[in-house]
Design a protein around this ligand. Structure first.
Ligand SMILES: NC(=O)c1ccc[n+]([C@@H]2O[C@H](COP(=O)([O-])OP(=O)(O)OC[C@H]3O[C@@H](n4cnc5c(N)ncnc54)[C@H](O)[C@@H]3O)[C@@H](O)[C@H]2O)c1
Length: 385
């Protein structure tokens, strides 16, 4: 087994979490950390520590570097890492502007290093299952994704870099890219149109923002993010509307959700084989009551003669047998799922280093694509105020 020596640049909240979560990985040794604020930090045993990240790059034993600094620094650090011969795992967002992100991609191509973005949601087993359902069109086509995220700002004082657009890019670029990428993961399609709206609490703090995205094929996604509430009210809902199902996932690291679906024998079997799914109710279509029209509502003879097992959705006919409801639930805690995801993300990068034929789950191109939406929506939101 090849053991990889890893350096971490940026040893703040998330850098420390990555180090902690990666400890069980037998093929990973974090050998060095760098942080401009190193003097104020406790250096873990057996790890070299640097104030200047450039010094970390001189360490020949380091194979790959995780870049976990604030977003505006990703470009310079990522490019220097690859120029120094290191593979890189870059935190989201890839960069805060599109030209900067493109320069990172060009540097990867020129240096031939392995580079990935840390889109951890792509490694969540529940989201991977939903992606499989979506790609196989188990519930027909995905028409709508609606992300609603009320985040706490109690740990984000006004002077935090998060509020400084020159350092973070703003909420959509710094944060929403995770969810924008999730839509691209579920149902990749050409971006046709993007716009946005925002609100500023004061001139320095843009605290509510929304992005609307239209994709080729008709999928419309909305991303609402507000950093404004106490932690008690922190909530994330990801609503997915398919031709034959509504799914609502809860949590920013989704651990569960609800489903209401029209199924045939094949899609029912797929659900029965899903280890995270538990059916709560079901009825045969002929016994089910469609309450969208009150009793006595006039219905044309033609419509009345349509067989109940044929439904039309999104203009398409579907044959279904049952309507059912149920819940998705992962068994692990949020902490365990989050840690599993960051381990899987690093392992994916290392797999690509060992086997160049391996296809990365979160390539830099995915980082570029989600950044494109975030940048366009942010520009649109800011231009309307
Ligand atoms: N993938 C995820 O789930 C996830 C979760 C949280 C944060 N993040 C990302 O991780 C990055 C860091 O976020 P955080 O919450 O840890 O921020 P943070 O402010 O807690 O930590 C950043 C650290 O980087 C250091 N730093 C900044 N500029 C530096 C430089 N030029 N040289 C050396 N050190 C420097 C700071 O001193 C600080 O210790 C951001 O890009 C953020 O979006 C990703």
């Amino acid at each position: 087994m090849r053991v990889f020596n890893i350096g971490i640049i940026g040893y703040g909240g998330f850098g420390k979490f990555l180090h902690h979560a990666w400890k069980p990985l037998e093929n990973v040794r974090v050998v060095a950390i760098a942080d401009k604020n190193m003097d104020a930090l406790k250096v873990p045993d057996g790890v070299k520590a640097f104030n200047d990240w450039r010094a970390l790059l001189l360490e020949k034993e380091i194979d790959a570097v995780a870049i976990v600094t604030e977003p505006s620094t990703h470009e310079e650090i990522a490019m220097a890492c690859m120029e120094a011969g290191k593979h890189v795992l870059i935190e989201k967002p890839l960069a805060i502007t599109l030209p900067a992100a493109e320069r990172i991609v060009q540097t990867r191509d020129r240096t031939d290093k392995v580079a990935a973005i840390d889109f951890i949601m792509r490694f969540n087993p529940l989201l991977q299952t939903i992606q499989g359902f979506t790609q196989q069109e188990i519930f027909g086509k995905l028409r709508r994704v609606d992300v609603e995220n009320y985040a706490q700002d109690e740990q984000l004082p006004p002077e935090h870099w998060f509020w400084d657009s020159e350092r973070s890019g703003g909420i959509l670029i710094e944060h929403a890219v995770h969810f924008i990428d999730l839509v691209h993961f579920f149902a990749p399609a050409k971006i046709l149109k993007v716009n946005g709206l925002k609100h500023n609490r004061n001139p320095q703090q843009e605290d509510q923002i929304i992005a609307n995205v239209l994709y080729e094929g008709g999928l419309i996604a909305t991303h609402y993010h507000a950093f404004a509430r106490p932690g008690f009210f922190e909530i994330t809902r990801i609503k997915l509307a398919y031709d034959l199902a509504d799914i609502e996932l809860q949590g920013w690291i989704p651990l569960g959700g609800t489903l209401k679906a029209l199924v045939d024998k094949k899609s029912k079997k797929v659900l029965q084989n899903c280890p995270f799914f538990q059916e709560t109710d079901s009825s045969l279509i002929e016994d089910a009551n469609d309450e969208s029209r009150p009793k006595g509502w006039g219905i044309s003879d033609q419509a009345g003669s349509i067989h109940k097992n044929t439904v039309r959705s999104g203009g398409l006919p579907y044959e279904v047998n049952e309507i059912l409801t149920g819940n998705f639930r992962l068994k692990q805690s949020k902490q365990e799922v989050y840690a599993d995801c960051v381990r899987a993300s690093l392992s994916d990068l290392l797999k690509k280093i060992e086997n160049p034929g391996h296809s990365l789950t979160a390539s830099l191109e995915t980082g570029l694509e989600s950044l494109k939406v975030a940048v366009l929506a942010t520009e649109s939101a800011r231009s309307t105020n």
